[in-house]
Ligand binder design. Structure first.
Ligand SMILES: [Fe+2]
Length: 583
């Protein structure tokens, strides 16, 4: 998370966890997650990711067909023999101009996933790739390398997404992204999967019960569970299409393991669920198997496993992908809070002291230094951050939470680690103009934001926050709190609350708590623009657009930041065609 879910969930999660722990061993059936395993070798499609100027990861899952008497090698099953898989990369869709090929073997040890780091490629070039095994070809994937050419500046455009809860709705944002051909990559900043089951802990609209269910059906806890949950997402036709159409750059947040995770625990991990670290190891193993993710060089100073990494795009800019779960200090908590994860400020010296403590960290200190160095030493025009939880300081009015005149902060965001927040923003604010400007790209809070970052009163950059693909946002929470009034009433109440948040935080230039979808981020030497794409505003005729697979998010609003200003400004309309195309 995250946007707080209603307290009811906290009460029920103990019951759900107990149920999960008691559940009988699963039997693999023809349910959605396992079904593609029975439909040929490459039923989970193809994906690519982490493009540099000369390399890209290509991915698939190759299921060996079951021989008589054998169990099907369904994801998570641990079954199935080793099989050879050939891969090919070409400049054209018909594979007449091949540039690279090879053979790998895949086994049950990697859940029969296949990942190849294809090297020796040309920068800013479009490629096609496919796999072949046991007489079958995979679908053809399209990918491209980064425009990382010294002295050259090219177009740079991406789709920013986060929070794709399978039971929360159809992945229509992914469908809209798949249909575009103007993107260099998709940037997913976390909550690609959620850990919840279909019981009392189910997360999402009731209209989708029986239609779009989690698999396995209970909260995911071990390697088998996490693999099957990932497979469910690759079985989704919209997710598969978006992976096939573009390379992705991804980083996990909390729900890839469990809600509101910290270094050695999580809000949604209970003592009867076994070792948290064993659970996280299983979750991250499945993540690395099922995502087109390149583990970076571990020799850079870090703690645990290094996941943070940087991509560059010539003189135009770079993208630092942050990782803020593995080493973070435990969140400050306030059991009497009206909302999970929110804490009051100015009420308890213990809470205020903990929030401000320099002993508590979000990224580990080594990573914070790496983030700062990336801004001050490269000389590039723009420094983008792929970031999980909001860094903008946001005070929430207690009155909107039914908690009187007290102000609250979301303790799971950078506000909950105020010393790190001040240290980073202070560094950004102190950079000379020649260092370029910072644009932070964030998700997690299931709503759309554009905000100025400030170090005291000094401009430090901007933050654009993308709405969730499907996960419940302010609107769904408000509507539930109000006892499910007419959608129009709930939309009005949501806008009242988000308006009050903006009033209290005047550096927040835009906040929409109703729409779901994605954000197109377009970078030129002159500006970085964010085009928000949202599902339609709910009405009595269509109270939840997320349950309609035919309704795609469409363009709603744009904001931008002009080079040298470190401020959000208005944009007149959506971005036009790209200024140039890759080879
Ligand atoms: Fe989320």
């Amino acid at each position: 998370m995250s946007l707080p879910q209603i307290q009811r969930r906290t009460v029920l999660k103990g019951v759900a966890a107990a149920t999960a722990a008691l559940a009988a061993p699963r039997v693999f059936d023809a349910a959605a997650a396992a079904a593609p395993a029975g439909k040929g070798v490459f039923g989970y499609g193809v994906a690519s990711g982490d493009p540099t100027g000369t390399s890209v990861i290509i991915w698939t899952r190759a299921t060996p067909p079951a021989r008589p008497g054998e169990r099907i090698a369904a994801p998570g099953s641990g079954c199935g023999r080793s099989i050879p898989v050939q891969w090919q990369v070409a400049r054209d869709e018909r594979f007449t101009r091949k540039v690279a090929h090879g053979t790998v073997h895949t086994t049950a040890d990697s859940d029969h996933t296949v990942k190849v780091d294809v090297t020796g490629l040309d920068p800013y070039t479009q490629y096609y790739y496919r796999f072949h095994s046991l007489g079958e070809y995979s679908p053809v994937g399209r990918t491209r390398t980064a425009a990382d050419i010294p002295g050259e500046v090219h177009a740079l455009r991406m789709a920013l997404v986060s929070c794709s809860n399978y039971t929360g709705g159809y992945f229509t944002a992914y469908r809209a992204i798949a249909e575009r051909d103007d993107l260099d990559f998709v940037l997913h900043v976390g909550d690609y999967i959620y850990e919840y089951g279909n019981g009392a802990d189910r997360y999402g609209p009731k209209e989708l019960v029986g239609v779009r269910d989690a698999q396995p059906a209970t909260e995911i806890l071990d390697l088998e569970d996490y693999r099957l949950r990932h497979a469910l997402h690759k079985a989704d036709p919209d997710a598969r299409a978006a992976h096939q159409a573009h390379p992705w750059i991804t980083i996990f947040d909390d729900h890839e393991v469990a809600n509101n995770a910290w270094a050695d625990g999580a809000e949604n991990h209970q003592a009867n669920e076994g070792s948290y670290l064993a659970r996280r190891n299983a979750a991250l193993k499945a993540y690395l198997e099922w995502m087109p993710f390149r583990l970076p060089d571990q020799s850079v100073s870090h703690q645990g496993t290094r996941f943070f990494k940087r991509f560059s795009f010539g003189a135009l800019g770079d993208l630092s992908v942050l990782e803020t779960r593995q080493n973070r200090s435990k969140q400050v908590s306030y059991p009497q809070s009206p909302l999970d994860g929110f804490v009051p400020i100015g009420v308890s010296p213990a809470i205020d002291g903990a929030l401000a403590s320099p002993q508590r960290h979000l990224p580990e200190p080594e990573q914070l230094t790496w983030i700062k160095d990336g801004v001050s030493t490269t000389g590039r025009r723009w420094h983008l951050f792929g970031n999980q939880v909001m860094i903008t300081a946001v005070r929430y009015p207690g009155s909107a939470l039914g908690a009187g005149n007290v102000l609250f902060v979301n303790a799971d965001q950078w506000d909950g680690y105020a010393a790190d927040q001040a240290s980073l923003l202070g560094h950004l604010g102190a950079q000379p103009a020649a260092a370029g400007d910072v644009v932070v790209l964030t998700g997690d809070i299931h709503s759309s934001w554009a905000a100025d970052l400030q170090a005291g009163s000094t401009p430090a950059g901007v933050e654009f926050v993308t709405p969730s693909v499907t996960s419940d946002g302010f609107y769904e929470i408000v509507r539930s709190f109000l006892g499910n009034p007419a959608p129009e009433t709930a939309v009005g109440a949501t806008r009242q609350i988000t308006g009050a948040v903006q009033q209290l935080n005047p550096w927040v230039k835009y906040l929409d708590g109703v729409g779901h979808g994605f954000t197109v981020i377009d970078v030129t030497p002159e500006r970085v623009q964010a085009d928000f794409h949202h599902t339609p505003v709910p009405t009595s005729a269509a109270p939840d657009p997320r349950v309609n697979p035919g309704v795609l998010p469409t363009y709603t609003r744009s904001f931008r930041t002009l080079a040298g200003t470190r401020r959000v400004s208005a944009a007149t309309g959506p971005v036009g065609p790209r200024t140039d195309q890759p080879r």
